[in-house]
Design a protein around this ligand. Structure first.
Ligand code: NAP
Ligand code: MG
Length: 502
């Protein structure tokens, strides 16, 4: 049922925010885009117009980078690490204090169920910022006991220090917009960098809301700049900018490759969190009471618009039919509707374009001979809703099993009593290597299989375990580098070795 039909209306606070003049945050000021261009933002549950937002371009990116550079050299660099910790922590507190409004805006903009928005912003938004706030005071170098140039022991000192890399360009997607913004800001600010953030064109609202909190909290002007705009203009300008030291990108593999080319001009550092086609491997001894909800949610969380989504289900032949039928039953029971409704388990896809893309894959699945167990349909009426879809009897030659769909489509195939390596070979038949899960009660099988899956992250008896402290990132074409945890700080730091000979 559409949001309009259910008479779900945004709260007065959300409506007041939406009605504002949405400008770019550059150097601590809200400014219109140089070109005067604007971006229209729509609610994917109702297709209704939500807001008009200034759309930044090359000139605005250039101003934002200059502001970030000034801040990097200026007041920000003079703050102590404790002061950085306090500011980042304060931003987390401010976000938490505004959780209701932030979540509502996220739901309106992205479509995700309100409860998912609340939970994810509280845990991955606020706690992620707090996790990295703590790191600001723990960035240290080494002393290295060597005697370069043949001097005698004790006549020289070599030490390293870890310095902030400089101005960071952060480019993020639409699938979990506010979380993505905090994932980039946390480590960058902890390291002492300044940031120009470009949110996705479909979902700029919560980044702009975060900008208001940034100003309220009292970050020095220019430390965090927020420039909504189109990927081809604002995004490309940021990736190519000669005075940006690093790009932190989350998005598609296709655009990730463009970022690498654009970054070559000044050899800026690049980290990439890209697409996935993650396997979930279920052995015959697994506890099905955990498997069924675990893999079903693993596939359809955020309507499958989740880079870690388990989209390929490998099940031992002895339990294949049982698992497939129970996953299908559970998927059929999900209540699909606008995120603002407390009765919705799954919301809409982000756009009509994304719905068409998913339906094209569904058609390809049907044509290739896969067996449709459930779903396979877009829902009539307003909003970009697609039923959770399960295909059985798929194989890795099928397009639906090979390509990232980024929608609610799960492919199931069985395996026999072959050795673990053969099962892993099938699970690894993908250009991606972001995530994966293994389901069994046998700890030897669990850990051996986890070792054989070629992915940055493997979960056992759950799918996609995420925590700010657990390193996250992809192998193969799923990306470069890792975010989260101590490793997630490294790309924002550079090492300087200093030697003195007494
Ligand atoms: P996308 O099209 O790659 O866009 C991501 C961001 O890049 C957007 O802000 C986009 O701007 C911008 N962009 C587009 N073209 C650009 C260019 N030439 N230069 C610089 N920036 C450019 O991805 P999406 O469709 O938003 O998101 C879906 C993809 O993200 C999926 O492949 C998914 O797997 C991946 N993802 C990965 C992770 C992870 O952590 N590994 C997490 C979430 C999503 P516009 O908004 O204007 O297009
Ligand atoms: Mg895009």
């Amino acid at each position: 049922m559409s949001a309009a039909a259910q008479n779900l209306t945004a709260s007065p606070a959300a409506r007041a925010f939406l009605a504002r003049d949405h400008r770019l945050l550059i150097g601590g000021q809200w400014v219109p885009s140089a070109s005067g261009e604007t971006i229209d933002v729509f609610d994917p549950a109702t297709e209704g117009h939500l807001a008009k937002v200034s759309g930044g371009g090359k000139e605005d990116i250039d101003r934002a980078v200059q502001a970030a550079r000034r801040a990097f050299r200026g007041e920000w660099s003079k703050l102590t690490s404790y002061e950085r910790t306090k500011l980042i922590w304060k931003l987390a507190d401010e976000l938490e204090a505004n959780l209701a409004l932030a979540s509502e805006l996220e739901t309106l903009d992205n479509g995700m169920p309100l409860m998912v928005a609340q939970y994810s912003i509280a845990s991955f938004g606020c706690d992620f910022l707090r996790y990295y706030a703590g790191w600001a005071t723990k960035i240290t170098g080494d002393t290295i006991p060597v005697s370069p140039g043949g001097v005698r022991n004790g006549e020289s000192l070599t030490y390293t220090r870890r310095e902030p890399i400089g101005v960071v360009g952060a480019i993020i997607p639409w699938n979990a917009p506010l979380i993505m913004a905090t994932l980039k800001l946390g480590p960058a600010l902890a390291a002492g960098c300044t940031v120009v953030l470009k949110p996705a064109e479909q979902t700029p609202l919560t980044a702009l809301f975060l900008g208001e909190l940034v100003k309220r909290v009292g970050f020095p002007d220019g430390v965090i700049n927020i420039v909504p705009g189109l990927g081809e203009s604002a995004g490309a300008a940021l990736a190519a900018h000669p005075d940006v030291d690093k790009i932190a990108f989350t998005g598609s593999t296709e655009v990730g490759k463009k970022i690498i080319s654009a970054a070559a001009g000044n050899l800026k550092r690049v980290t990439l969190e890209l697409g996935g086609k993650s396997p979930m491997v279920v052995f015959p001894d697994a506890d099905l009471e955990r498997v069924i909800p675990g893999v079903t949610r693993g596939a359809f969380f955020l309507q499958g618009q989740n880079c870690m989504a388990g989209t390929r289900l490998f099940v031992h032949q002895d339990i294949f039919d049982r698992v497939v039928s129970r996953v299908g039953d559970m998927a059929n029971k999900f209540r699909i509707g606008p995120g603002l409704s407390p009765d919705s388990d799954l919301g809409p896809l982000i756009s009509a374009e994304q719905r068409e893309r998913v339906m094209t894959y569904v058609a390809s699945g049907r044509k290739s001979g896969a067996e449709l167990v459930c779903g396979g349909e877009a829902m009539p009426g307003r909003g970009f809703f697609v039923k959770p879809t399960l295909f059985s009897k798929t194989n890795m030659d099928m397009q639906i099993a090979r390509e990232e769909i980024f929608g609610p489509v799960l492919c199931a195939q069985s395996f026999g009593d072959s050795d673990l390596q053969a099962v892993a070979d099938e699970a690894n038949k993908s250009i991606y290597g972001l995530s994966g899960s293994v389901w069994t009660r046998d700890i030897s099988v669990a850990h051996r299989m986890a070792g054989l899956i070629d992915a940055g992250q493997v979960s056992i008896n759950c799918h996609a375990a995420v925590d700010p402290a657990i390193p996250f990132g992809g192998n193969k074409q799923s990306g470069w580098g890792r975010e989260f945890g101590r490793e997630g700080l490294d790309p924002y730091l550079k090492t300087k070795a200093t030697t003195v000979i007494y």
